[in-house]
Design a protein around this ligand. Structure first.
Ligand code: TXA
Ligand code: MG
Length: 318
């Protein structure tokens, strides 16, 4: 029996066990942050290398204080606008945060998830949890309880919170104060909150900031190949002939091509993306995503980032 109730999840987590929890982005494999053995288990269950740091999930913004050494003032504006929600903020860590969580870095990534079941679980547990996406390292993240069960063959207990509303991971940000009071906001991983949403909120609050895309050295799924479905995935420009793609796929032993057209709306496309990866992958099948010119641009940053990392064949580039 791997489906458990929220109340039972609190019991399991408090004993130091791992539980997969629903969030608005993807399901997370959660364990309390104050037990070293539990933290170690998160990495071993996922086959995740210890150099890839975890996100700490808190019940509300007040739970952040003991976990950080300093807190960039700009984060108060972002928290006010986006928490609970798909935004992860990186700040200098306090000694209360195990270096297992941060992979030895002196910063910690923090997020307050928005899902009624998980919000209640975190409140009742009274201890934050570390929670990477509930999939084996490099694989597609789960957006339903079924995905989690399939990934771990029913060996991981999961709270079923339905299909994830956002469908791609949180946006990971790091901010520092530059010259003349101007903030430098680095997007380490594009995600559920778009660059435009961040810019609008900062402008409205009259915070002077530049927003940059930075490839994190430590990489949230920042490895070139990540989020990969079990079938090979190709990105195909709209003008390319089907036969050309079929020829290339047959050269690598793929005989059936599953064509995919992305939704016109970036939010809907993000919500469906991992579901498509999961549903359409099958032995001997190659996925081919037709990419239209309008799939590029600010609102498509997260979808494009995931497609790019998931793809084995790139017949179209950013
Ligand atoms: O939406 C999400 O963020 C989901 C749900 C479960 O909350 N979680 C998630 O976790 O995507 P994960 O472990 O798959 O990706 C977290 C990424 C890691 O790849 C890691 O590199 C980055 O966040 N990260 C964690 N701590 C960091 C730090 N101190 N500095 C920079 N990046 C960090
Ligand atoms: Mg992940």
């Amino acid at each position: 029996m791997s489906r458990i109730t929220p109340d039972y999840a609190v019991k399991c987590l408090s004993r130091g066990e791992l539980v997969a929890l629903p969030t608005e982005t993807v399901y997370g494999l959660a364990g309390r942050i104050d037990m070293e053995e539990t933290l170690r288990q998160i990495f071993t269950t996922k086959d995740r290398p210890f150099f890839d740091p975890l996100i700490v999930h808190v019940a509300d913004a007040s739970a952040v204080r003991p976990l950080v050494k300093t807190w960039p003032k700009i984060y108060d504006v972002l928290v006010e606008a986006f928490w609970p929600g798909p935004m992860t903020l990186v700040a200098p860590k306090s000694e209360n945060v195990s270096s297992l969580i941060t992979s030895g870095l002196d910063s910690v990534a923090l997020r307050c998830p928005r899902h009624p079941l998980t919000e209640k679980i975190l409140k009742d547990l009274k201890v934050p949890v570390a929670a990477p996406s509930a999939n084996r390292f490099g694989h597609t993240s789960p957006t339903s309880a079924d995905h989690v069960e399939a990934e771990f063959s029913g060996q991981v207990s999961v709270v079923d919170g339905g299909d994830c509303e956002i469908g791609v991971e949180s946006t990971v940000l790091s901010a520092r104060e530059g010259q003349k009071g101007q903030w430098i906001v680095e997007i380490l991983r594009p995600g559920g909150i778009s660059r435009k949403q961040i810019r609008d909120v900062l402008q409205k609050a009259k915070v002077s900031a530049v927003i940059e895309r930075a490839e994190s050295r430590v990489a949230p799924g920042h490895l070139k190949h990540h989020y990969q479905p079990s079938s090979p995935l190709a990105l195909v420009p709209s003008e390319m002939q089907d036969s050309e793609v079929a020829q290339r796929y047959s050269d690598v032993g793929i005989l059936k091509i599953q064509w995919v057209t992305l939704d016109n709306d970036p939010k809907m496309a993000a919500r469906a993306l991992y579901q498509l990866f999961h549903d359409l992958s099958a032995p001997g099948v190659g996925l081919a995503f037709r990419v239209e010119p309008f799939h590029h641009g600010e609102d498509w940053e997260a979808v494009w980032d995931r497609l790019n990392r998931a793809a084995t064949y790139h017949w179209v580039t950013p």
